[in-house]
Design a protein around this ligand. Structure first.
Ligand code: 8IG
Length: 269
């Protein structure tokens, strides 16, 4: 296994990376970023776009399905790095399969990226956390009951979320907390009873993305940085129902802080 051309998912990613090279004119990308709910306003701090293309221009990508996720890929020159920024992601709950969820990650690896920054918007469980607060992902619990890896490839997930990059983030912003991210399949939010369960199993953050992508990134040999933006308190904690609008508002309100963090961490990756 693991021969690029023998694995159809990796072959599709190699095709997408080739199409990306010709569409952007950028021979090699160095660092990939995936923007989650609420993160779009932060991306402008990363620099001028060299090129912006529609995901649907590349083999294997679907059109964006969620408000606040635009189906675009931006190539940004930042210092001596070429950044590959996915302004949207395919979510597991779209039902297109795990391979579709991690196709951007595999495309980034095929395009030359050695590291990936996975961002998301999520619910927060910890006492004192407020909407608009960024939290570094220290580890994850994958409750999707599936994996992006096929076959007997027993990938190690120890230190999946780079201790080096988390430490660098905390040097930039010592007030940053860390937490364990729990991915549910969605698209419904959790019940209050499920949030009680998350607390019991050691989770701090709940969302519908990131873990499958992180696993695929590790399989591809990339260094992973995960940053969550707490956009709402987890179900049952605020006394209010959850809605997607507050997610987008929390992102707008936190954009300056997120943008500054991304802008300062990228040169250290
Ligand atoms: I933004 O509270 C966002 N995404 N599962 N739960 C889950 N996903 C989310 C949440 C949340 N908030």
């Amino acid at each position: 296994m693991a021969q690029t051309d023998e694995n159809p998912n990796k072959a599709l990613a190699a095709d997408a990376a080739a199409a990306l090279r010709s569409a952007t004119g950028v021979e090699q990308h160095d660092v990939a970023l995936v923007l989650g709910s609420g993160w779009l306003p932060a991306v402008d701090a990363l620099g001028e776009a060299t090129a912006e293309i529609d995901t649907t221009d590349l083999p294997g990508f679907n059109a964006a399905a969620v408000a606040g996720h635009s189906g675009k890929i931006r190539s940004i020159r930042s210092g001596d790095r070429n950044l590959l920024v996915f302004l949207s992601r395919t979510h597991f709950y779209e039902g297109k399969g795990v391979a579709a969820v991690v196709h951007p990650v595999r495309t980034a690896a095929a395009a030359g990226c050695r590291a990936i920054v996975l961002t998301n918007g999520c619910g927060g469980l910890r006492e004192g956390w407020r909407p608009g607060q960024p939290v570094l992902i220290s580890d994850h619990i994958n409750l999707t009951a599936t994996s992006p890896i096929e076959g007997a490839n027993f990938v190690d997930l120890t230190d999946l979320y780079s201790p080096r990059l988390r430490a660098a983030c905390r040097e930039i912003d010592p007030s940053l907390d860390e937490g364990v991210y729990v991915q549910f399949p969605g698209p419904h939010y959790e019940t209050p009873a499920e949030i009680t369960m998350v607390r019991a199993i050691g989770g701090d953050l709940v969302g519908m993305s990131t873990t499958l992508e992180a696993i695929a990134a590790r399989e591809a040999g990339m260094e992973v940085l995960g940053i969550s933006l707490v956009t709402n308190l987890a179900a049952g904690l605020s006394g209010q129902p959850l809605n997607h609008q507050e997610v987008l508002e929390a992102g707008r309100a936190a954009a300056t802080r997120m943008g500054e963090l991304l802008g300062r961490i990228v040169p250290r990756i």
